[in-house]
Design a protein around this ligand. Structure first.
Ligand code: CS2
Length: 510
């Protein structure tokens, strides 16, 4: 079959002083069902017949994180013969992932980059539907009696929260409030499908949040119920009996894919993959044991089911994600591109570690099985992985939504309990400086970018108040605590006067 067998053609660049071996990527055969057997022997691959698996899971948000995390757990189950736990992905906006993956039969390569490099081709995704192209296909797939589990990685902004509640004035939410004929939001798609499932009295279903969200399952439930109350009150009682809304804590650092990853994977794996994904070796998935439909045996793939998910969510958001957010702001201000580079600066590394250990840890209860100090040390060690460059601007994306979960609750707890908040005041000031600089440099990728740009003031000091308010701070106590806000202002002034790194050094010696 033409183009179905891999062939590498070495060429020699004679213009250079040395003969440079250059692999012509264009001549490497593409990855797909037929070429799979031609992968290099060192690459792990599906141990099951792709045609014999089905998808009892519908996943909203089939992006890189999902492909490096949940899809890998599913792939492991498929390897163990659990053939129904393949995935139908749903993209709520762009068709890019579907377009990249269709020609390769939804196969893709996971590059695990740690002390050593491992490659694994994942076959768990069976199909990707694009919501705006064919909304009914999405509704039907979720409504399908064979669908047992709906999962989400739609990022914070996919929940449309404003000051912690669903923003009913957002045009997407307004669309779904007006009619579910062509849903736009995750809530709309699930609600429309549940109406159908209820009418058909179909099998019970679990809706599981896999985002970095506190109580994500409850938020999904709130959004879906809001729409059901308006469009189909009679479905509510069926849902109460037959649908579980559950939360989970997900963890694996997964950068966005660039051309250099595509090139290196093609060379090392021997097949051209247009959409590989890289990740660190570490992976963790802790799932609230609250299922209505059939429960996939994810424990066989290394996940953990627990009855109380909240403490696990807290630890992840307040230590790992908060640490990321601090380093992203400080690293950006110091001129770094990647998180591991920010950590190479001694003051930044020390600041982040101390902020988490001195201000966050004392007000954050951790599950019995977790040692807070060890957890923080391990997280910072993972962030130091220079084999896996993770962009400060990737973490800075949507930071107005992230900071509400990652930092604000710890600040309130510190104010009311330990009274140790100096690091957190500095961290908020650094975030404000980050937003200002990124807006000015046109680097900010945030749903509120426009609003931040609008309220940038000649009076630099007004930014603290204005930016924090835009990010939802007014619903937290610290925002009206004049002593705390004065210390944020002081830190902000100093960062502006002497630069982030110097300001930290001064802060640390106080
Ligand atoms: C990061 C997370 O980009 C970000 O905001 O903090 O995506 C982080 O890498 C993951 O939560 C790790 O599990």
């Amino acid at each position: 079959m033409i183009g179905r067998s891999p062939f590498l053609v070495p060429t020699f660049n004679l213009s250079s002083k040395f003969l440079v071996f250059k692999v012509e990527l264009m001549k490497i055969a593409p990855l797909n069902n037929y070429t799979l057997e031609n992968l290099k022997a060192s690459v792990d691959r599906p141990q099951y017949a792709l045609s014999e698996t089905s998808s009892a899971i519908v996943h909203f948000g089939a992006g890189n994180f999902h492909r490096a995390h949940q899809a890998v757990y599913c792939d492991t189950l498929l390897n163990k013969g659990e053939s129904q736990w393949g995935i139908t992905g749903v993209s709520l906006r762009s068709s890019t992932m579907r377009d990249n993956l269709t020609s390769q039969d939804y196969l893709y390569t996971l590059a695990i980059l740690g002390d050593e490099t491992r490659y694994r081709v994942i076959g768990a995704i069976k199909n990707i539907l694009v919501g705006p192209e064919d909304p009914q296909a999405v509704v039907e797939k979720v409504a399908d009696d064979k669908t047992q589990l709906v999962t989400t990685t739609i990022t914070e902004k996919g929940y449309y929260l404003s000051d912690g509640v669903i923003d009913q004035s957002h045009p997407d939410i307004v669309n779904d409030i007006n009619s579910l004929a062509i849903p736009v939001t995750v809530y709309g798609f699930i609600a429309a499908a549940l109406i159908k499932r209820g009418k058909d009295n179909a099998a019970p279903l679990t809706v599981l949040c896999c985002d970095n969200m506190h109580a994500g399952g409850q938020r999904l439930k709130d959004g879906v119920n809001l729409l059901l109350e308006l469009h189909s009150e009679e479905t509510l009682s069926w849902v109460a009996k037959n649908v579980a809304f559950s939360s989970s804590m997900v963890d694996r650092v997964t950068p966005s894919t660039d051309q250099s990853l595509i090139d290196v994977v093609a060379q090392d794996a021997g097949l051209l993959d247009n959409a590989p994904v890289s990740a660190e070796p570490f992976t963790q998935w802790i799932i609230e044991d609250n299922f209505a439909g059939k429960k996939p045996p994810f424990e066989q793939a290394g996940a953990l089911f627990v009855s109380d998910i909240a403490p696990f969510e807290k630890v992840k958001l307040r230590f790992l994600n908060a640490g990321h957010t601090m380093l992203s702001a400080l690293g950006y201000l110091a001129g770094d591109r990647y998180i591991h580079e920010a950590l190479q600066r001694q003051p930044l590394a020390l600041f982040t570690e101390q902020a988490l250990k001195r201000n966050v840890m004392p007000v954050t209860s951790v599950p019995e099985s977790v040692n807070g100090e060890v957890y923080i040390d391990d997280v910072l060690q993972r962030f130091r992985n220079s084999r896996l460059p993770y962009g400060v601007l990737q973490v800075g994306t949507d930071s107005s939504q992230k900071i509400q979960q990652r930092l604000f609750p710890s600040v309130d707890d510190a104010l009311s309990n330990s009274k140790e908040y100096a690091y957190l005041a500095f961290a908020l000031a650094a975030w404000v400086c980050f937003v200002r600089k990124a807006v000015i440099n046109e680097d900010l990728n945030d749903p509120l970018s426009h609003d931040f740009a609008q309220c940038i003031d000649e009076h630099v000091n007004n930014d603290v108040h204005n930016f924090l308010k835009l990010a939802g701070a007014s619903k937290f106590n610290f925002f009206s605590d004049s002593e705390f806000m004065a210390s944020v202002d002081d830190c902000y002034t100093n960062i502006n006067n002497v630069g982030a790194e110097q300001a930290i050094s001064e802060f640390l010696t106080l």
